[in-house]
Design a protein around this ligand. Structure first.
Ligand SMILES: Nc1ncnc2c1ncn2[C@@H]1O[C@H](COP(=O)(O)OP(=O)(O)OP(=O)(O)O)[C@@H](O)[C@H]1O
Ligand SMILES: [Mg+2]
Length: 401
């Protein structure tokens, strides 16, 4: 081959390789075009350079989805590096206009509420009490004395949220903030195994479950920030905080600090509200009880949940959990029967129901004996968790495995 021809071939080969790499590059750019990039591209009034910078800055805050912008206030957005008031306003306006109309008719609003998914509790009676399960987009407070069943409800709704849709689950992710260090991996796996066994499900996708050890308020806030990127990735529909007030009680003591504590609680609840609204998540938190200082309190008000009015206003459904009376326990052969009373809800009456805590989590009272029998038969499969055995969750989010 002549030298000239040889040069041409080399040039051609080079140009083909160049074209290939450019094509490759183009493909890889379009592949990385996430929802946030597409969203930013559609905003008028922000330069292209600024959009690229915004993508990076928002990403560093765990915002990988336009809905994540809604979890920030105008002030919080303005605190991000290089984000002016005008840019922050444009971002929020665009996010709101993407969500559709601000005002809705009664029928339109009803359509949204009907579409809300419901998480089953494991007990048909308890589901019925709260209108068919725990609806996404709501704040549910479970309060009661130790062993009243708060954490067991959290385990069972977590398992039900992970279950495939054809088995009544949401096939969605769960985020669990463990503020008391009491989360037990084996207990959740035991309940999941029960559903796998009874429904014949091969594998429940447990990798959508994430737990973080958040013993301090700083860790809770950090976890909520990190949750912003986990929620869209794992399609999270349930967030559990067990328990909400524990870190507040540990970090703020005495009446002198009450006002500051309540201000802090309010701030945290608003962070949660923005997450719940932006991603349509059910937020379920447990709470302890304290003696009511009011000397004229009725029998029903003798104990009250901690957290004061701030928490009371935030909770959409407040449920008081107690041990069932001996009459109910004997009548149903259910020594572990519990009572659940709705003490405050804007759309549900103050009704009560009974449920049980069995080897497979929450169940109906008439099922407790059956569950114990089944657990005995399948003893090896559902090896009981020895008392006090705890699996520490990591400070950062960790999967079940
Ligand atoms: N493996 C199991 N098999 C059967 N029942 C269990 C099992 N594990 C827990 N329970 C039941 O759950 C009860 C504890 O309930 P739970 O953990 O929900 O308490 P809690 O309300 O969260 O209390 P605390 O305020 O101490 O956290 C036990 O007393 C027992 O009745
Ligand atoms: Mg508990």
């Amino acid at each position: 081959m002549a030298a000239e021809e040889e040069n041409d071939v080399v040039e051609l080969e080079e140009s083909i390789t160049k074209e290939k790499t450019t094509k490759k590059k183009k493909i890889s750019i379009s592949k990385t075009q996430d929802d946030l990039m597409v969203f930013l591209a559609g905003i008028k009034g922000i330069s292209e350079v600024m959009k690229k910078r915004l993508h990076k800055v928002l990403g560093s805050q765990g915002i990988t989805d336009p809905r994540g912008i809604k979890t920030h206030t105008l002030k919080q957005l303005m605190e991000l590096p290089g984000v002016s008031e005008n840019t922050a306003k444009l971002l929020l306006e665009e996010v709101e206009s993407n969500q559709g109309k601000l005002f809705l008719s009664l029928d339109e609003r009803e359509q949204i509420e009907v579409k809300r998914k419901k998480i089953m509790t494991g007990s048909l009676e308890l589901d019925e009490l709260i209108g068919g399960g725990i609806p996404t987009g709501t704040f549910v407070e479970l309060y009661g004395s130790p062993q009243s069943g708060k954490t067991q409800i959290c385990y069972t709704i977590s398992a039900n949220c992970l279950l495939p849709k054809e088995f009544g689950g949401l096939e969605a992710g769960v985020i669990w903030l463990d503020t008391e260090g009491s989360f037990n991996t084996q207990r959740l796996k035991q309940i999941i195994s029960y559903y796998e066994y009874t429904h014949g499900i091969k594998n429940v996708k447990t990798n959508r479950f994430m737990v973080a050890n958040t013993r301090t308020l700083a860790q809770v806030e950090l976890a909520l920030k990190e949750a912003g990127s986990i929620i869209p990735k794992n399609r999270v529909k349930l967030m559990i905080i067990d328990s909400l007030m524990d870190p507040f009680r540990a970090e703020y003591g005495g009446l002198g600090e009450l006002a500051v504590r309540q201000k802090h609680l309010n701030k945290l609840l608003h962070m949660l509200m923005r997450l719940a609204e932006a991603y349509d998540i059910a937020v379920v938190y447990t709470n302890q009880v304290m003696a009511n200082p009011d000397p004229f309190a009725t029998a029903m008000d003798k104990v009250m949940p901690t957290g004061g009015f701030i928490l009371g206003h935030a909770s959409d459904i407040r449920i008081w959990l107690r041990r069932a009376t001996s009459k109910i326990r004997n009548q149903h052969d259910a020594p572990n029967a519990r009572r659940a009373l709705i003490t405050d809800c804007g759309w549900l009456p103050q009704n009560e129901c009974h449920f049980s805590l069995g080897p497979f989590g929450v169940c109906d009272v008439d099922q407790e004996a059956n569950h114990i029998k089944l657990a005995g038969e399948l003893g090896v499969l559902f090896e009981s968790v020895s008392e006090g055995e705890e699996t520490e969750a990591k400070t950062e989010f960790a999967t079940l495995d």
